[in-house]
Design a protein around this ligand. Structure first.
Ligand code: ZN
Length: 448
C-alpha cells in the first residue's frame, strides 16, 4: 500500500544494490567473492569452490539468513539471501568465471556432483560449524529451464530457545498468557502461517512452565530444538506413529502437559480436546488465518461444539514484522484521516472505528524506513512478533454452542474480550517506533 510511504524523502527511493557498501566496514559476499576470483589460476577450481561455499555459509549465518537461493539467470549465477523474510541479491556473477560452487554444494548435500539428466526429487542435508555453532543446512535441487536452482535452508536453532519475554508480546498479553498457561487443564491453540514463529512460541510457553514437578511430553514433526527436562517425541507416519497414535501413547505416560505439534484431522482434534477435559493441559497449532477462525476450523473437522466450548482456554495468532533499522529510521507524521478512512473502509464497523482511532491518536512516535549499510539499505533490521490473543469467555462459549460464524465470534472477542487483533498489536508497535505502519500492513494484509 503505497500511500503509507507518503512521508518518505526523495533520496530513499534509490534502489539498493548488493554492491553499495561504500560506508560499510563489513565486507559483503560480493567483496569476498571478488578477492577470491583474483586468486583464480593459482589454486585448483575445487579449492576455490570449497572456499566460496564456506564464505557463502559464513555470510548467510552472520546476516541471519533463513534461505540461500542459488540460481542460473541467463549467463549469470545469482545468489540471493532471505533475511527477515525478504529476498535480497547478494552476488551476481557471470557463469564464465564459474567456480564449481553448485557441484561443491551438491556433494556436501550427498548428491552426485552433476544434476540428474531427468527430474528426480533431490533433498539432502549437511552440518557445518560456523562461529562455533553447529548449523544444519537442508538442500533442495530444482530443475528450471535455465539450469539447476539450489535452495539451502539454514536451520540455525539458536532463535528457538527464546524465553517468553523475548517474543515481542506487550505487557498485558504477557501477563494474561503466563496466567493462562498455568491452568491445570484445557487446550490452547496457536495459529500463524509458515515462518510466523509459532514453534518458537510453543517452545517458549513450555520452557516457561517447565518444572521438575510436572511431566511435559511433546509430539512433533520434526523435533526442531531440544528442550531440557521435556520429553520430546518425533511423529513418524511411515512407522504408524501418527499424531493420533502418538497422542494415545502419550496419554498412557501420565502426562500433565502435552504439546501436539499440529492438529490436522478429526481424530487428533477429538482426542486432544477430550484429554483437555480430563485433567491435561494441551498446547497445539492449527492452520487458520486468525485466532477466532480456529473455532470454525474445528467445526469443519467435525468436532462437536460442546467439546470446543468446554475445553478451549483460548487461541493466539501471530506474525513476524521487521523492526525498522534503529541506525537510519526517520521520524514520520501520522497518515491523514482520509488515508486512514480509505484503509479501514472494508472492515467490520467496530474494528474500523478502533483501528482508525488507534492510528490517528496523537502522541505516536511513527517511523519510516530509510536504509544504511547496517541494514543493507533495506531500512529494517531484525524482526519481532505481533500477537492476537483471544480468550474464551461466557459470550464466546455461548456463540460456539450456537455454531456462530467466525466474524461474529471475532466481534465478540474484540468487544467483550478486549481482544487486540494482529493489526491492532502491529499498530501499537508502529506507534512505539519499533516497526513502520507500511510493514504492519504488508504483514497483516491478508487478514483485513
Ligand atoms: Zn539502517
Amino acid at each position: 500500500m503505497v500511500f503509507w510511504g507518503q512521508n518518505k524523502p526523495e533520496e530513499e527511493n534509490k534502489p539498493s544494490s548488493p554492491n553499495t557498501t561504500d560506508q560499510s566496514s563489513v565486507e559483503t559476499l560480493s567483496d569476498d567473492y571478488q578477492k577470491l576470483i583474483k586468486t583464480k589460476g593459482r589454486s585448483p577450481a575445487i579449492d576455490l569452490a570449497i572456499k566460496l561455499s564456506d564464505l557463502l555459509l559464513e555470510h548467510a549465518v552472520r546476516e541471519r539468513t533463513s534461505d540461500i537461493h542459488i540460481e542460473m539467470q541467463g549467463s549469470n549465477l545469482r545468489v540471493r539471501f532471505r533475511v527477515d523474510g525478504i529476498l535480497q541479491d547478494m552476488l551476481i556473477t557471470p557463469k564464465s568465471v564459474d567456480i564449481p560452487l553448485t557441484q561443491r554444494l551438491r556433494v556436501l548435500a550427498g548428491f552426485d556432483p552433476e544434476p540428474p539428466k531427468s527430474f528426480r526429487n533431490e533433498e539432502g542435508r549437511f552440518q557445518k560449524m560456523i562461529s562455533n555453532r553447529a548449523i544444519q543446512i537442508r538442500v533442495s535441487s530444482f530443475p528450471t529451464v535455465n539450469g539447476e536452482k539450489l535452495v539451502l535452508r539454514v536451520l540455525d536453532r539458536q532463535g528457538l530457545g527464546m524465553d517468553i519475554e523475548q517474543l515481542g508480546m506487550n505487557k498485558d498479553t504477557l501477563t494474561v498468557i503466563k496466567k493462562l498457561i498455568r491452568n491445570p487443564y484445557g487446550i490452547f491453540f496457536i495459529t500463524g502461517s509458515t515462518g510466523s514463529g509459532k514453534t518458537t512460541s510453543l517452545y517458549a510457553l513450555l520452557k516457561n512452565i517447565s518444572t521438575p514437578m510436572i511431566n511435559i511430553i511433546t509430539l512433533e514433526d520434526p523435533v526442531e530444538y531440544r528442550l531440557e527436562g521435556i520429553n520430546q517425541s518425533q511423529i513418524s507416519q511411515k512407522t504408524g506413529f501418527t499424531w493420533a497414535e502418538g497422542l494415545r501413547t502419550v496419554l498412557r505416560q501420565d502426562p500433565d502437559v502435552i504439546m501436539v505439534g499440529e492438529i490436522r484431522d478429526y481424530e487428533t482434534a477429538e482426542i486432544s480436546l477430550r484429554s483437555a477435559l480430563t485433567g491435561h493441559l494441551l498446547f497445539t497449532t492449527i492452520h487458520t488465518i486468525n485466532a477466532p477462525s480456529i473455532i470454525e476450523r474445528l467445526f469443519e473437522m467435525g468436532v462437536p461444539p460442546f467439546l470446543i466450548a468446554s475445553s478451549m482456554l483460548g487461541a493466539m495468532s501471530q506474525r513476524l514484522v521487521r523492526n525498522v533499522c534503529p541506525h537510519c529510521a526517520q521520524k514520520a507524521a501520522p497518515p491523514s484521516e482520509t488515508v486512514v478512512n480509505e484503509f479501514v473502509k472494508n472492515m467490520d464497523s467496530i474494528e474500523a472505528k478502533l483501528v482508525s482511532e488507534m492510528i490517528l491518536k496523537p502522541g505516536a512516535n511513527y517511523k519510516v524506513e530509510k536504509g544504511c549499510p547496517k541494514c543493507r539499505n533495506t531500512g529494517y533490521l531484525g524482526r519481532t512478533g505481533i500477537f492476537e490473543l483471544m480468550l474464551m469467555n461466557e459470550e464466546i462459549r455461548k456463540q460456539v454452542l450456537e455454531h456462530s460464524p467466525t466474524d461474529i465470534i471475532k466481534r465478540t472477542a474484540i468487544v467483550k474480550g478486549k481482544m487486540k487483533t494482529l493489526l491492532m498489536d502491529g499498530i501499537d508497535k508502529a506507534r512505539d517506533g519499533i516497526t513502520t505502519l507500511s510493514e504492519v500492513i504488508r504483514v497483516t494484509a491478508t487478514m483485513v
